[in-house]
Every structure is written in structure tokens, then in C-alpha cells.
Ligand binder design. Structure first.
Ligand code: SF4
Length: 97
């Protein structure tokens, strides 16, 4: 480290700390609402169709395995992870309250 660099403030990038590098190239990037477990004002039929589409994206996703691993590391994963939906009644990930 140069003397000049050592005087610069060391500020962590809060965004960088939220990015999981294992999921680079994810097919859901930029489409996160479509992978949510539930959306407001959505009928059960619309939800089923949307999640079926999302599951298809996961099937062709190059990081499906790491995504499932990341989901397993979450205390309460919500939404579609690796082709499996979490957070719907009767499915894993539903939080109380
Ligand atoms: S497998 Fe995971 S990272 Fe890939 S599209 Fe599905 S939810 Fe996104």
C-alpha cells in the first residue's frame, strides 16, 4: 500500500457486501419480483403461471446448484431459489406472524 492510499478512508461498499459472487450470471437477475413467493393483487392462477415460468428459468440457469446452496444457508429463504419456491403456505420458508 502506498503512503497516499493509507490515508484514504476505508469505506466498505454496502452494495458489494450484498452480492453473492456465486450467483453471477443468474437468469433471474433484474427480474426479482417475478421470483417472489407472492405478489400483491395476484390471483392463485396468475401466481401458479408466474412461478411455473420462474421455475423454467431456474431449470436453464447456469448457477442453479450454487443458488440451492445459497438457499440452504438462509434461515428463512423466501421466493424461488434454484427452482424451488419457499414462503407459500405449506412450503418451507414460511415465517410465522
Ligand atoms: S436458479 Fe436461482 S439464481 Fe438461477 S434463476 Fe433460479 S432463482 Fe435465480
Amino acid at each position: 500500500m502506498t503512503r497516499r492510499a493509507s490515508r484514504l478512508p476505508q469505506i466498505l461498499d454496502p452494495i458489494a457486501s450484498l452480492i453473492d459472487e456465486r450467483l453471477a450470471g443468474a437468469r433471474c437477475a433484474g427480474k426479482s419480483p417475478l421470483f417472489d413467493a407472492e405478489l400483491d393483487n395476484e390471483t392463485a392462477e396468475e401466481r401458479s403461471e408466474r412461478l411455473s415460468w420462474a421455475r423454467g428459468q431456474c431449470t436453464r440457469c447456469p448457477v442453479q446448484g450454487p443458488c440451492r446452496t445459497a438457499a440452504g444457508e438462509q434461515e428463512h429463504p423466501l421466493g424461488m431459489w434454484g427452482g424451488k419456491v419457499h414462503g407459500l403456505p405449506g412450503h418451507p420458508g414460511r415465517t410465522a406472524g
